[in-house]
Design a protein around this ligand. Structure first.
Ligand code: UDP
Ligand code: MG
Length: 314
């Protein structure tokens, strides 16, 4: 039995060596073989050099260096497309996913009751309060409007059987929202909870707006509810305008036509114009995602690797 550990890294030259030491120390004490797949997601610092150094020292290290920064989702996908182990784990390089959980996770898988052990953090200590507030609203909203369950606080840190990793690879969508994809493929998942750990070194890659956009991507990828909302809203406004029409005609027949109400007319026009643009905007979001999907661009391009039979473009 072999475990493949995938680590997406973007500008992690400080954190990666710390992670490597900690992870290999834990893995060495575990009752299974392992290999590490380090994905360099177009880092601008010395991450690739660190990876090469680790690979030179440790034959179990494979590095995949992408041709530019494709984003964590694509980096994970590159790793998943190139795993060789029977068990697959995905972990961040910054020690926010504690390697010390791995033995317990593996034991859960080997018990045969589960196909996947996922982790969620139950606290958000060390995070700006505004961010936590928006995160909670996001999970509340998406779980109301999506059929796929998105677990609050779920990390991408998981240990799964190869079959599940293959299922994830088979989902070739371009807009990848992993929290949704992991859940969509199913399989028996055990949740392990832990308190939030702060990054060991380096900087988080997520600004508030990046997270906000990511949240919107998640909603668009895993729910059609905004489109239904737009349609129903259209039906509602049409019915309302029909009633208004009857009202105006009847009033004209009974009271004649005293030309007045310029202000109210303008208000209605502006209001309707705004609503139409808003609804078009929602549709445009879906359309733009469909447009990107229809191009069938690769998810990642590997420029450099020390591995053999590596899928370089997919
Ligand atoms: N990451 C990546 N590509 C990116 C951004 C991040 O591969 O474009 C990696 C990063 O190196 C880290 C993991 O994804 O190993 C999580 O990133 P980060 O710690 O910045 O996210 P957070 O933990 O703050 O959600
Ligand atoms: Mg992190």
């Amino acid at each position: 039995m072999r475990l493949s550990l995938i680590v997406p890294c973007y500008n992690e030259q400080e954190a990666l060596p710390i992670f490597y030491e900690a992870a290999t120390a834990v893995l060495a004490g575990m009752d299974c073989e392992y290999d590490l797949i380090l994905v360099n997601d177009g880092s601008r610092d010395g991450t690739l050099a660190v990876m090469k150094d680790l690979a030179a020292r440790d034959g179990r290290v494979t590095y995949l260096s992408l041709s530019r920064n494709f984003g964590k989702e694509s980096a994970m996908y590159a790793g998943l497309c190139n795993v060789k182990g029977d068990y697959v784990a995905v972990m961040d390089a910054d020690m926010q996913d504690p390697p010390s959980l791995l033995p317990e996770m593996l034991a859960k898988l080997q018990s045969g009751d589960y196909d996947c052990v996922a982790t969620r953090r139950v606290t958000r200590a060390g995070e700006p309060p505004v961010r936590s507030w928006f995160a909670r609203r996001f999970y509340g909203l998406i779980n109301r409007i999506s059929e796929t369950e998105i677990v609050d606080g779920a990390r991408d840190f998981r240990l799964m059987k190869r079959a599940m990793a293959d299922a994830i690879v088979s989902m070739g969508e371009y807009n990848r929202f992993s929290k949704g994809i992991f859940s969509w493929v199913g399989f028996r998942t055990c949740w392990m909870e832990y308190d939030n750990v702060e990054r060991a070194a380096g900087q988080t890659k997520w600004s508030f707006w990046k997270l906000f956009k990511y949240a919107l991507d998640g909603i668009i990828s895993f729910s059609q509810a905004p489109l239904t909302f737009v349609s129903l809203f259209g039906v509602f406004m049409t019915s309302l305008s029909f009633l208004a029409l009857v009202f105006v005609v009847v009033r004209k027949l009974i009271f004649g036509d005293p030309v007045a109400g310029w202000a109210s007319t303008i208000c209605v026009i502006i209001f309707m114009g705004g609503l139409q643009l808003f609804c078009l905007g929602i549709i445009a979001q879906y359309l733009s995602k469909t447009y990107m999907e229809s191009k069938h661009r690769p998810h990642f391009i590997i420029a450099e690797t020390n591995g053999e039979d590596v899928t370089k473009i997919r």
